[in-house]
Design a binder for this molecule. Structure first.
Ligand code: SF4
Length: 74
């Protein structure tokens, strides 16, 4: 989580481009706060996840994000 304190909002362990493709480079060894965070799912939105998305200029997750094949034009 280094890099998330002091007003910076990007962890040094995060690799990639936020909003396109990003991943934790230490996922198996991630710290306890990361392990304890409940990720968003289609059935259970995450306020923390949505706040993080907003901080990076992304819209909150919606039903459309979970089932794009159901909402794509035919
Ligand atoms: S899950 Fe990984 S990239 Fe995300 S905050 Fe934790 S250590 Fe950083």
């Amino acid at each position: 989580m280094k890099g998330t304190e002091g007003g910076r909002s990007r962890c040094v362990a995060l690799d990639g481009t936020i909003g396109r493709a990003a991943a934790c480079t230490i996922y198996p060894q991630r710290p306890s706060p990361c392990r304890e965070l409940e990720p968003a799912t289609a059935a259970r939105p995450s306020a923390q996840c949505d706040r993080a998305r907003l901080a990076h200029g992304l819209a909150p997750l919606s039903e459309r994000d979970w089932a794009p094949e159901l909402t794509a034009p035919a």
